[in-house]
Design a protein around this ligand. Structure first.
Ligand code: S3P
Length: 173
């Protein structure tokens, strides 16, 4: 782990369970949980949807990168990221400096189901959200895979099981 931080970074598509897993990991490890979406919304005093609507995706992405740079100064923790964090290679480099990157994954049907249960995401406000999800997955899946130190298929697991597997796999590394 020379030259790398000791945090645990969760990446993955919208709705895959990054936030709930982050909280489960925080409860297990006693580490603080920080969420890049929350840093961005706090910074701008607006919800993610409002930022997308007023300033667009590009501005959101810029603030997301600023948030990651700031995280490099903070103590070890569980870092939950927005689903698009891997789109910028600078972000992936910043995440690597923070610690081990865990990619949470799920099969498409599980993702569709989980996404329908979470609050609406601005990028999915389209005529055919399923098609949009598939297109975003086509672009992002290789990026999640490339960035990941550890990949966990969460499709048939509970949040606590996912957290347990992550802790085990990190200890093995
Ligand atoms: C996004 C995912 C969202 C949020 C924003 C953009 C994306 O976070 O950052 O709506 O591009 O996939 P979640 O992954 O927590 O839904």
């Amino acid at each position: 782990m020379t030259g790398r931080g000791q945090s645990l970074v969760l990446i993955g598509f919208m709705g895959v369970g990054k936030s709930s897993t982050g909280h489960a990991l925080a409860a297990r490890t006693g580490l603080p949980c920080v969420d890049t979406d929350e840093i961005v919304t706090r910074e701008l005093g607006m919800s993610v949807s409002e930022i997308f609507a007023s300033w667009g995706e590009e501005k959101f992405r810029e603030i997301e990168t600023v948030a990651l740079r700031q995280l490099n100064e903070t103590p070890r923790g569980i870092i939950v990221t927005g689903g698009g964090i891997v789109l910028r290679s600078e972000n992936v480099q910043l995440l690597r400096k923070l610690g081990k990157i865990v990619s949470l994954e799920a099969d498409n049907e599980t993702l569709f189901r989980r996404i329908s249960q979470v609050a609406p995401r601005p990028l999915l406000q389209t005529e055919d959200p399923r098609a949009t999800i598939l297109e975003l997955l086509r672009i992002r899946t290789p990026l999640y895979h490339q960035a990941a130190d550890i990949r966990v298929d969460t499709s048939s697991l509970t949040v606590n099981e996912v957290a347990e597997i992550i802790v085990q796999r990190i200890e093995e590394k």
